[in-house]
Design a protein. Structure first.
Length: 286
């Protein structure tokens, strides 16, 4: 799109794809004839001043005018951060993809994977539709999980690895909760076969997530409604064995899960959450 804008000869757009207005630093000094270092430092000042949009213009100028300077790679890297801070998540992902492809051995490549994961994670919450984000498209959450997984697998000693793992746990829980929402819908519609299959999918794909006990409940009710008492009893037994405190403290469990003030401290429900494998396959890795 940037190239098309430059080639199209649109008035007011330069070769970087940004406005052709005079370049200025934070104090208003003109930068039209500035060297790479001054452009780069001025961009960083805008970043420190929480003006990522203005920093992006200068980072683009560094890359366009001085592509072989030592500042070009750093400007490209910091542009990803600037897009993310400006909540331009799609642009941040595209910039991260380009950086990974062109500079795979850059010493900060782990940070790029981390930023790509954060950007895809945020894209799931920035849709134009109303309501719960997890009732919309979950593909960005799934891609974010993959981004964080690649970071942990390829750069296990990265300073970003721990936070990436925490995000993976959260993503697994959110994806599992989305599947539970769908199963609940089928249950209300008395589509018991569909409800049980969706709940079974939670058990298979998201073992260890917060939604597993509710999935077992849905399976139990669906089997009972379908006239399959043996399967219903077996599922009930699994629920009671794996989550012995869930039935007793279910209401308080969901109150706290919804963010309400705790009425009392919950005992351990049973199985613990863990991130690993992929959203569709759990390998219990830490």
């Amino acid at each position: 799109m940037l190239l098309a804008a430059g080639c199209g000869g649109d008035k007011g757009i330069n070769e970087t794809g940004y406005s052709d207005e005079p370049l200025i630093d934070r104090e208003g000094n003109k930068l039209d004839s500035a060297d790479a270092e001054r452009l780069y430092e001025s961009a960083r000042e805008f970043m420190f001043d929480e003006q990522p949009d203005r920093a992006l213009r200068l980072y683009a100028e560094v890359q366009a005018r001085f592509p072989f300077s030592p500042y070009a790679a750093q400007a490209e890297l910091e542009s990803i951060t600037a897009h993310y801070r400006a909540q331009q998540y799609e642009a941040a992902v595209s910039a991260a993809d380009r950086f990974i492809k062109q500079r795979p051995r850059n010493p900060n490549i782990d940070y790029v994977y981390y930023l790509r994961g954060l950007s895809n994670y945020s894209r799931n919450d920035s849709g134009i539709l109303g309501g719960d984000p997890d009732k919309r498209d979950t593909r960005f959450l799934e891609q974010s999980f993959t981004d964080f997984k690649l970071l942990i697998e390829n750069y296990p000693d990265s300073v970003y690895a721990k936070d990436a793992q925490l995000h993976m746990i959260d993503i697994r829980n959110r994806l599992a909760e989305y599947e539970i929402n769908v199963a609940e819908y089928y249950l209300r519609r008395r589509a018991y076969v569909a409800a049980s299959r969706r709940a079974e999918g939670v058990i298979e794909r998201f073992q260890g997530s917060d939604s597993v006990p509710r999935a077992l409940e849905i399976m139990e009710e669906s089997y009972a409604r379908l006239g399959l008492p043996d399967l219903a009893e077996d599922t009930r037994a699994i629920l009671q064995t794996s989550y012995p405190n869930y039935i007793l403290h279910r209401d308080e469990f969901y109150r706290q899960r919804a963010g309400e003030e705790p009425a009392y401290e919950l005992p351990d429900m049973g199985s613990a959450s863990a991130a690993g494998g992929s959203p569709a396959q759990d390998d219990d890795s830490d």
